[in-house]
Design a protein. Structure first.
Length: 245
């Protein structure tokens, strides 16, 4: 990446994950995006990104295709399935048309940039994509604040105060494939770390029931249930939720 000439204008509330195995290049991207007001988390592999997304909400992903372990194309495909509202930018040295087509069709990328990527171009792409994603929010979208543990619906009166466990339940379902998780996985999530034990399925059912009751209190009659039971599996989140920072 070369020195930038773009004015340092902030991209408000954009959180970017950079997945790049070349340490020097990864650091250069991270530093450059930070100078333009973005919050950046840089990792070197798909597995490291999985650990990151379990803890942090991400708006945009910048992904190299040549990664150790799981390849970038497979990672993009997983992200697109589990986080349909996120932005995905592929950066790669693969310039062939067949690779570009695969990036868009199979990986679900929003942009496919070939290396060397001009730093200012990457900034502009991310800012434009971030604005488009935020402006294109559907009218039925809910917004979850991790800091305040509040969930706000599309209507002004739809605001819920969440407990720590209710917030964790929503985050887990939001980031799961098809927004669905097995009961056993959720029981493990809420287990007591000090004793390495899971909570019971009955305790999980009570947690879900309390959260459903909160939703029902602010949703209109006939609204789709926010969380539904999936027979023989667990639970599915049925409303669209994004993170706010």
């Amino acid at each position: 990446m070369t020195a930038n000439m773009l004015p340092k204008t902030a991209a408000p509330s954009l959180v970017v994950a950079v997945v790049e195995d070349d340490q020097l290049h990864r650091q250069e991207i991270e530093n450059h995006l930070q100078t333009h007001g973005m919050t950046v988390h840089a990792v070197n592999s798909a597995s490291a990104l999985d650990d990151l997304t379990a803890r942090k909400p991400i708006d945009l992903f910048v992904i190299d295709l040549n990664l150790p372990g799981e390849g970038g194309l497979s990672l993009c495909r997983r992200l697109r399935a589990s986080l349909p509202g996120a932005g995905i930018v592929i950066t790669t040295g693969r310039t062939a048309l067949i690779d570009r087509i695969a990036g868009y069709r199979q990986g679900g990328a929003d942009f496919y940039l070939t290396k060397p990527v001009a730093p200012d171009e990457l900034v502009l792409v991310l800012q434009s994509l971030g604005r488009r994603l935020k402006q294109g929010s559907a009218e039925n979208l809910w917004s979850l604040s991790l800091r305040d543990r509040t969930l706000e619906g599309p209507q002004p009166e739809q605001k819920l105060r969440l407990t720590e466990r209710e917030k964790s339940l929503l985050v887990a379902l939001m980031q799961a494939k098809d927004n669905t998780l097995e009961s056993g996985v959720l029981c493990d999530l809420f287990g007591d770390e000090s004793s390495d034990r899971s909570i019971s399925k009955h305790a999980l059912e009570e947690l879900v029931a309390r959260l459903r009751k909160k939703f029902k209190a602010v949703q209109g009659d006939g609204s789709e249930p926010a969380i539904k039971s999936v027979w023989g599996v667990g639970y599915q989140l049925c409303i669209r939720v994004n993170f706010v920072h």
